[in-house]
Design a protein around this ligand. Sequence first.
Ligand code: FAD
Length: 773
Amino acid sequence: MEDDELELALALSLLDMKDQQISTPNQMTLHPAVRGNASSVLCNSNAKTQGNSCTQQEDVPGVDNKSLGTSQALYVPDSSTSFSIPNTASVSGQVMKEEDLSKKPRCSKNRRQRRKVAAQQIVGLKHSPSAPPPVLLWFRRDLRLCDNPALIRCLELGAPVIPVFIWSPEEEEGSGVTIAMGGACKYWLHQALSCFCASLERIGSHLIFLKASGDENKDGSSLHTLKTLVKETGAQTVMANALYEPWLKERDDVVFSALHKEGVECKMFHSYCLRDPFSVSTEGVGLRGLGSVSHFMNCCRQNPGASIGVPLDPPVSLPSPTRWPQGVPLDKLGLARMPRRKDGTIIDWAENIRKSWDFSEDGAHARLEAFLHDGVYRYEKESGRADAPNTSCLSPYLHFGQLSPRWLLWDAKGARCRPPKFQRKLAWRDLAYWQLTLFPDLPWESLRPPYKALRWSTDCRHLKAWQKGKTGYPLVDAAMRQLWLTGWMNNYMRHVVASFLIAYLHLPWQEGYRWFQDTLVDADVAIDAMMWQNGGMCGLDHWNFVMHPVDAAMTCDPYGSYVRKWCPELADLPDELIHKPWKCPASILRRTGVVFGQTYPERIVTNLEEQRSKSLQDVALVRKQFEQYVDKRSGCDLVPLPKRLVSEALGVSHWDGAVVTEGKQFLLPVITRMEFKHQLEDPDADAASNPYNAVLKGYVSRKRDETIAFLNETDFTASVMCEGAHRQERLERDYRRMEGLPLAPSNRGRARRTSTAKDKFSVVPGGAIASRN
Ligand SMILES: Cc1cc2nc3c(=O)[nH]c(=O)nc-3n(C[C@H](O)[C@H](O)[C@H](O)COP(=O)(O)OP(=O)(O)OC[C@H]3O[C@@H](n4cnc5c(N)ncnc54)[C@H](O)[C@@H]3O)c2cc1C
């Protein structure tokens, strides 16, 4: 087992312990006037082992303040303000038994089935005139019915619920260059809101859309909109699920604090990540390895904090108010605005995105089910394949909160293979949010100071070619075209195109970040910024590799089918040349109709090795110039620490040796690419002579591995027979020896099958001829 996996197992077993405790049966306390209503509208997660589709509240142990409280956080804008405190599950170190763990898969499956049943039921619940004042349920990036703590807590109050969505573009973006909502994301949001409104209508409710765009004018803020709503509806409570972008958290703090001053009870719940990023601590772990997922998981293991808890089932109905407040039509939010041509016709740039995705919560669950039935079994070894659906494609649903990470984690744990690598991805997601809370400038400012001075290219033609998928490198072009057309590409391809932009075109990582933010349907400031910083050589966790735009194909597209799909002009090229068409003989180009510069672009850079060497030399130069940011002993880059980490580090009783001081700044040595450390010794050396050359050669042994797998499969019967024959021979030899009889002549040589090119079993997929000798 790898270290990472061991840690993951430990971290997850810790979750299991806690999950188990949360399911401790407990009676729920409800408002007496509404107990009947609430009992009829809640489905309980903990009832799932009993197989009920939906149960009366009183009959269900487990939906209680405790279980609901597991995923919620008290909203505390600062230490001086306090609001009503929901119960949180108690945490103790009780160890979960083996048989309890083995129940999980069944649990998550039952929950999935029950989600479907709940979705099919329509219960129009009439609001009683004697019911308490309505609750405003402020939806943001939690557009789901399943496992929605704020929604379930609203039901618990038994009051009529008014779901609202406020579109406030200025607040969304914050004060830096975030491009938090690019074009593709806005389009997704529009569609997701439309689907979610329909889901709410199916359970007897409705989603009120409001626009709060006031050019920084306070009258146009979310706060102003909510205050107006409170006045109009008489609501005395506002509930929401927390967001963790620092500027959004700040906004929420201001909003809730102001509403609280006006006597409105405000509750914020945690559910966007598995761990609340503000609760993650390095205590007991230290800072060494900061930025890596193993370090992060270690921190979570050492400081588990509030439990992750059990996913909550969707409600079957929502009590509605007697009078709905006035909203605006969804179109008026301007999220899916399409440009017009001069002749007035619309440029529908999102047509392909529309065809590629189901934007609903049901769509998220359908993807999840499909993945858990199929792709998950190839995920561990083949998640890099661009030509096969081996990853979950759930990122946009997670981003818009149409699927909760907790729900996903539980279902993933329920899969037969319990995929550790996949589960670790959710830790990566949490890590990104933790980093953003620690370094709010992550989306625009390099974390490693010397790299801010790197010499970057300003070649706009190169940038345009990269953005449009016209670099002349088929793998890069296929990925960039997939991104443009569908708003998505898999993780491996994101690495390929990012490496190309940075290491071979020398364009700044911020350009890549911005383009991704505008074109990805899952564009996520935290994840995108963390990944681009890492790829751009200035994040906390240097990529210790560079993807080669041709060699990487061995891993992700060995037979060229991905390139054929997205670059159809190259479709007729043979497998072995499709990733390097410039090597095609003129006769093949003629036959396949490829004309460089006409049907397919010329390569925008041809001297890849030279480009790489230049990039390395530039890095060595800035590391020499800013040597105060390079640790002399280890050769690692030094990163100024944010205050929160400094105080955590200084809070420990012993001096943490990993922290170095320089003036008033605290500098921490961080993971640094071996290649850079070596280059520092000889800045002018070329990349090829660097013994730590980081360029990945792709999955070079793929053909050999596939040959072995193929032969194992086809020769299974033969090998079993052979094994039997050998055993028989051994027995016979022993018997003859014991009896003193002469040994029989050996027949092993004759039994061998000699493989030839004509032998059908020696032909493996991809056309390689396998020799068994
Ligand atoms: C340069 C670059 C930019 C990226 N930008 C984004 C982005 O804007 N939004 C985004 O969601 N992901 C981003 N990623 C991470 C990753 O590529 C996507 O999450 C993944 O490709 C989504 O596909 P999936 O749902 O099939 O992933 P799966 O492999 O099935 O993973 C499941 C989930 O885990 C999370 N996850 C997976 N990989 C990572 C990762 N490296 N870091 C953090 N979380 C991860 C995602 O939420 C994903 O949906 C970026 C990666 C790179 C290299």
